[in-house]
Structure formats: C-alpha cells, structure tokens
Design a protein around this ligand. Structure first.
Ligand SMILES: O=C[C@H](O)COP(=O)(O)O
Length: 241
C-alpha cells in the first residue's frame, strides 16, 4: 500500500502574529505538489491556530502542538481534543521529546493522550524516543491503547539531531524506521505496519531532505527550525514534486 508523503512544520514556541502571517503567505503563494502526493501540515503555537487556519490554503492543514489527556475541565492552561475538533483543527503533535524532557511527560501519559485524541477524531503525530530502549517502551502504550491507526503518524526524532544541525544520515534514519515498522508488524499487525507513515525529525532542511526522502521507510518529515524560515520553508516541500 502506497504511503502518502507527509511534511509537518513544527513552529514550536516561536513567532508573532506578523511573522506567522508572512510564513503562511509564502506557503500560500507556492507551487507545490498536489495533496494527493504530499500531505502538508503546519503546527503553530496554540494562540495562532485560528489565525493560521483562517489564512492557510485549503490543501494544507493545521496541527496543535499538544492537547489534554482526556475530556476538558478544571485543567488550567490545557486545551482539550474536543476544543481542537470544535475549532476545526484536524491534527495534533503528541509526545514531542521537548515535552517529555521538560514537562516530564511519561510514556503512559503520551499513550493515553494519543488514544484519547484519536478517539475524539483528531489525527496524531506521535513522537517517539531515540534509542531502542526508549522507542520500545515509548511505543508500547501507544500500540496498546490506539485502535484506529489510520489517524496516527509516527515521528522518530533523535534528540541529538533536534535543532543542532546534526541530521541523521539517510542510512541511520532508514535503519530505525525499518526497525519501527517491524516493531509495528510484531506488536500491532502487518496491515498497520505497511500503512503507517513513519516520519523523521531532526535538522531537516532543503539540502538534506531529498536523500532522506529517498529511503523506503522514511515517509516524511517533522521539521522545526527550517519550517520557520521564509527562505527555507518551501525547500523541503517543493523538491518532492
Ligand atoms: O519537531 C521538530 C523537531 O523537533 C525537529 O526540529 P529541528 O528541525 O529544528 O531540528
């Protein structure tokens, strides 16, 4: 089964409304492959979600960077999956290594969040850890709790590559992605293993994206820094035509 290439731009905790509008304008004016070929999703900070959604071209989509683990309520500062649905935000990033490291999000908590968001109809970019010792316990709660894998993209992001300029080699990325696909085969089922997109994140830019994209098990990217730069934001989408 062909897996549609996925390009996610994670803007993290960056930008002003004016800067965000400039990036969106650049994206809107670009000639890019059809959405049948590449799925493009940008993830602004929460406060800009509605702004970006209202301005962004209709063939690109918007993701939140986090959501609460279950139904909303007395959880100050949180945003629920139901709210994302209410706003028409189709995607959410869950379990990014920055949240795992800085906010102590555990594997179980991340697994519960992924399952709850999917149960509410929000599609999830689920980020998992770097080493085999981290990847397996990180993936197990997701595998145990998620029933609808159609709405999950797995993002492999080696911590040493995030924001450092040290990108994994295509061979390193392929090795881990292949191992993850085998893990899905053994722990979920062969259909999910064949159809789930496994994307790579960590210092992706226009110069290294094509070689990474050529790997059979690299189904896309989650891009941080380069997705915020007007000069770079198209560089990892357009070459994929
Ligand atoms: O979510 C994106 C990743 O953390 C990668 O960030 P980066 O492209 O700035 O290395």
């Amino acid at each position: 089964m062909a897996r549609k290439f996925f390009v996610g731009g994670n803007w993290k905790c960056n930008g002003t409304a004016e800067e965000v509008k400039k990036i969106v304008t650049t994206l809107n004016e670009a000639e890019v492959p059809s959405e049948d070929v590449v799925e493009v999703v940008v993830s602004p900070p929460f406060v800009f979600l509605t702004l970006v959604k209202s301005l962004l071209r209709s063939d690109f989509h918007v993701a939140a960077q986090n959501c609460w683990v279950r139904k909303g309520g007395a959880f100050t500062g949180e945003i629920s999956a139901e709210m994302l649905v209410n706003l028409g935000i189709p995607w959410v990033i869950i379990g990014h290594s920055e949240r795992r490291a800085l906010l102590n999000e555990s594997n179980e908590f991340v697994g519960d969040k992924v399952a709850y968001a999917v149960s509410q109809g929000v599609k999830v970019i689920a980020c998992i850890g770097e080493t085999l010792e981290q990847r397996e316990p990180g993936s197990t709660p997701i595998a145990e709790k998620v029933t609808n894998w159609e709405n999950v993209v797995l993002a492999y992001e080696p911590v040493w590559a995030i924001g450092t300029g040290k990108v994994a080699t295509p061979a390193q990325a392929q090795e881990v992605h292949c191992e993850l696909r085998k893990w899905l085969n053994d722990n979920v089922n062969s259909e999910v293993a064949a159809s789930t997109r496994i994307i790579y994140g960590g210092s992706v830019n226009g110069a290294n994206c094509n070689e990474l994209a050529a790997q059979p098990d690299v189904d896309g990217f989650l891009v941080g820094g380069a997705s915020l730069k007007i000069s770079d934001v198209l560089s990892f989408i357009v070459p994929l035509v």
